[in-house]
Design a protein around this ligand. Structure first.
Ligand SMILES: [Zn+2]
Length: 360
């Protein structure tokens, strides 16, 4: 068919369908400008497929007419519409594949992690000031060859009082001062109880510290709390003297507050030591001149100490004729409050994050 003949040939239904399809198909692009555009084109392509290939399409209507076509022309007629259907199907399929690939690629890119974006910073936790203080003290004693012991917080009268040479009728046994359970157990009022457990378990010689919680029936105020933390220290061996006690505590305050820190021992009385002494150290802030932290005295109280009473050694099955030892106890939270200049020791137990965050 020449061009002239073609132009003269009347438009067939097949030509009409093809032309209509070309007009509508033209607006579909190979690379849409955005994900929403791509998704919109995909939806419209499905509508186009139904319009030109669906049951109600003109193509379907033409194919139904094949029975009424002259049998001689029937084969050509069928072939024309078969080719047309294949053409339209192939072109829609190709376009759909391109659009789907585009949409999938853009979606994947959007959902993948942008490594250049600043991350959300996790809020790191940190140790409680009492724990920091306890660990500093533990490190010092471990380096001096001491073991760190832990033990129960609920005790029998034997461990809390009898074994520590605290006689019946002593004020410390008064229910006004000590918490008792309904069946007669006591919440330990000092970490000295661990001395007895440790000596019973391991015998002498022994060097140990026992940091832990203790309980006393105090009304909470800026310098008291019914639950607080102590570190107990015990050194028992042949030939241990008061000089070893002084040297050990001097070493402790040197490492905690600096080598220029001095110690002072004041005679005192505790049932479980003889002789007994209160220990002070020269103020880390003013060096002994007097300031607000040391209340003008130049000295800060560290705790109690002394030579282990022979009755305590006996209670733990250690022979006082062969062994002697020293013991000491100091308040972790009290020392902590001094160092950080806290006006109220209760701040350490309230777990207010605004307060604790300062120790990061
Ligand atoms: Zn001072």
């Amino acid at each position: 068919m020449t061009e002239e003949e073609h132009q003269r040939r009347p438009e067939t239904p097949s030509d009409r369908i093809r032309k209509a399809f070309e007009v509508e198909f033209e607006r579909f692009s190979d690379s849409p400008g955005s994900l929403p555009e791509g998704e919109k084109e995909l939806r419209e392509l499905q509508e186009l497929r139904i319009k030109f290939l669906g049951k109600k399409s003109e193509l379907a209507a033409q194919k139904k007419m094949i029975g009424s076509v002259d049998p001689k022309r029937r084969r050509d007629f069928a072939l024309i519409f078969q080719n047309l259907e294949q053409d339209i199907t192939r072109r829609i399929d190709e376009k759909e594949l391109r659009l789907r690939t585009f949409v999938l690629r853009v979606r994947t890119e959007r959902e993948s992690i942008d490594v250049t974006m600043p991350g959300r910073r996790p809020r790191p936790g940190h140790l409680h000031p009492i724990t920091l203080m306890r660990e500093r003290i533990e490190d010092i004693f471990v380096s001096l060859g001491y073991a760190v012991e832990d033990d129960r917080e609920i005790e029998t009268d034997f461990y809390n009082f009898d074994a520590l040479n605290i006689p019946e009728g002593h004020p410390a046994r008064d229910p006004q001062d000590t918490f008792y359970t309904t069946d007669g157990f006591a919440l330990r009022s000092q970490t000295s109880t661990v001395q007895i457990h440790a000596m019973q378990r391991r015998g002498a010689p022994i060097r140990m510290i026992a940091p832990g919680r203790v309980f006393r029936r105090d009304t909470p105020d800026p310098t008291h709390n019914p639950m607080f933390f102590q570190v107990e220290g015990l050194c028992v061996d042949r030939g241990i003297t008061m000089a070893h006690l002084k040297g050990t505590l001097a070493e402790l305050v040197h490492r905690l507050f600096g080598p220029e820190t001095r110690t002072r021992f004041r005679p005192s009385y505790f049932p479980f030591t003889e002789p007994s002494a209160e220990v002070d150290y020269s103020c880390f802030n003013c060096g002994g001149k007097g300031c607000r932290i040391c209340k003008g005295s130049g000295w800060i109280e560290l705790g109690g100490s002394g030579m282990v009473h022979p009755n305590v050694l006996r209670a733990a099955n250690v022979n006082p004729e062969e062994f002697t030892g020293f013991a000491f106890g100091l308040g972790i939270d009290r020392t902590c409050a001094r160092i950080y200049q806290l006006d109220d020791i209760r701040l350490l137990f309230e777990n207010d994050v605004r307060f604790l965050e300062q120790f990061r």
